[in-house]
Design a protein around this ligand. Structure first.
Ligand code: EPU
Length: 427
């Protein structure tokens, strides 16, 4: 088991390239199940979630090659293998296997992912959608059993705007008979990316990016080639990092329109941001003002950037408030930031950050992916050495993070943990 070590307090500069979007990748790969010939996806990030999905595709009979971010999945020999346990339980986004396998084989058994770090993450809206399409869904000993004689298009109103439910229902509906309408659908760029792939495979979908999506079922889907969109959350993480410790950083391979809510808040703080076609240049302002943020569904401020943004706010003068309306318990990073001298209190769904303070290096633990990003940024801001454990979370979503940050001049490295440290971490 490894930990990350960061010698903080030094300014960074240069350029950094954003990888393909994790939250697209975890849906695009299961979507390949629906085709009857090979699908190639270009630009996939080199993260453990993608490696895990590759193995799951192989487990159900897919032939998969993956090199330099290009994955080809031949689904022609796939079968509806039950996946109640094992890998599927480790991957939060394994719920997309439900929609894709139900759509293709009209049956699936998928284990639910285990303990959650962001508070409850129900999938009731996914299930409501599958049932509306004609599936019988039962939960037996932690696995979801889905079966349908036939899937028929339906009108589905989502009670909660959900990225996962919107995509999952689309995956189940593309091969159903007749028209499906998803109302109150999520509008995230990752949904448009999945629809682009499905359309290239022969699906008939209208309205992606709006809150009403119409799907006309087709008899079969074919292979194609698709290039994934850049990861807006990774790009946003680098923008925040650039404002926190940068002396002028160019972020490359980004769609600036995907980050307008973050850009607006950063400008309000006094940070200089210049957006080009597919690049964003961030340079520090003289002094940072406190700001309040409230996470919302897209195009509002993303919950996934709330944690990294909190680290930056320790530099701002005055009191800032961060309210997470999507995941009310996404505050596990706060205790760790406090260890580093941050002045933050949490009241309900809101964190109140008082600044400016100088962070100090400390031993901290990443409890989830974006908490990890928040702690890496804090480590770069802090004076002294910071040690971050819980790297398995960071590796799920940030491709080659150490190499990328070292390219900006950061002193950051991975180190094997001692047996004693591993035991301490487990206790
Ligand atoms: N919700 C329900 N019922 C459902 C589904 C969702 O009540 O059936 C609630 C959730 O509890 C949450 C809200 O609706 O409060 C939004 O959840 P959503 O379904 O949109 O989240 P998700 O699809 O499970 C994706 C990303 C998350 C990101 C959220 C919100 C993937 C694989 N994950 O999750 O990404 O935080 O959307 O934008 O796409 C991350 O990247 O670190 C991450 C956690």
């Amino acid at each position: 088991m490894e930990k990350l070590k960061i010698a903080g307090g030094y300014p960074l500069k240069g350029s950094i390239r954003v990888s393909g979007a994790k939250n697209s990748a975890v849906a695009l790969i299961p979507a390949t199940i629906l085709a009857d010939s090979p699908v190639t996806i270009e630009g996939l990030p080199d993260i453990s979630d993608v490696q895990m999905l590759k193995k799951l595709m192989e487990e159900i009979g897919g032939e998969v090659s993956f090199e330099d971010g290009e994955m080809t999945v031949d689904p022609s020999r796939m079968i509806s293998m039950p996946l109640p346990n094992g890998r599927v339980k480790k991957l939060r986004a394994s719920y997309y296997l439900m929609g894709a396998m139900l759509g293709k084989f009209k049956k699936a058994v998928i284990g639910l992912p285990g303990g959650c770090h962001l508070g409850p993450r129900p999938i009731d809206q996914h299930i409501k959608g599958f049932e509306a399409l004609g599936a019988q869904v039962t939960n037996e000993q932690g696995a979801i059993y889905l079966r349908a004689d036939e899937l028929r298009g339906a009108r589905i109103y989502l009670d909660v705007v959900s990225v996962g439910a919107t995509i999952n229902i689309m995956l189940a509906a593309v091969l159903a008979k007749g028209r499906t309408v998803i109302e109150n659908a999520a509008k995230e760029p990752e949904i448009i990316d999945v629809v682009t792939l499905l359309t290239n495979m022969g699906a008939k979908i209208k309205g992606a990016g709006t809150d009403i999506i119409r799907i006309d079922g087709v008899d079969s889907l074919h292979g194609c080639r698709h290039t994934i969109i850049p990861d807006r959350i990774e790009a946003g993480t680098f923008m925040i990092l650039a404002a926190a410790v940068g002396e002028g950083i160019l972020i490359d391979n980004v769609i600036p329109q995907h980050l307008e809510s973050l850009t607006a808040k950063m400008r309000e703080m006094g940070i200089n941001i210049e957006a080009g076609d597919d690049q964003i240049f961030v340079s520090p302002g003289e002094k940072y003002k406190s700001v309040d943020i409230k996470t919302l569904v897209y195009p509002g401020f993303p919950t996934d950037l709330q944690q990294p943004f909190t680290s930056l706010l320790t530099k701002a003068s005055g009191s800032s408030m961060v309210t997470d309306t999507i995941y009310g318990a996404r505050f596990k990073h706060i205790d760790e930031l406090r260890r580093m001298n941050a002045k933050i209190k949490v009241e309900g769904r809101t964190a109140i950050i008082d600044g400016p303070v100088q962070l100090h290096g400390a031993k901290v633990k990443a409890s989830d992916l974006r908490a990890g990003a928040a702690l890496v940024i804090a480590g770069l801001m802090a004076e002294g050495i910071t040690e971050v454990t819980g790297l398995e979370h960071i590796d799920r979503g940030y491709s080659n993070l150490v190499e990328k940050l070292a390219g900006l001049g950061a002193t950051i490295w991975r180190e094997e943990m001692t047996q004693e440290e591993v035991e301490q971490l487990k206790s």
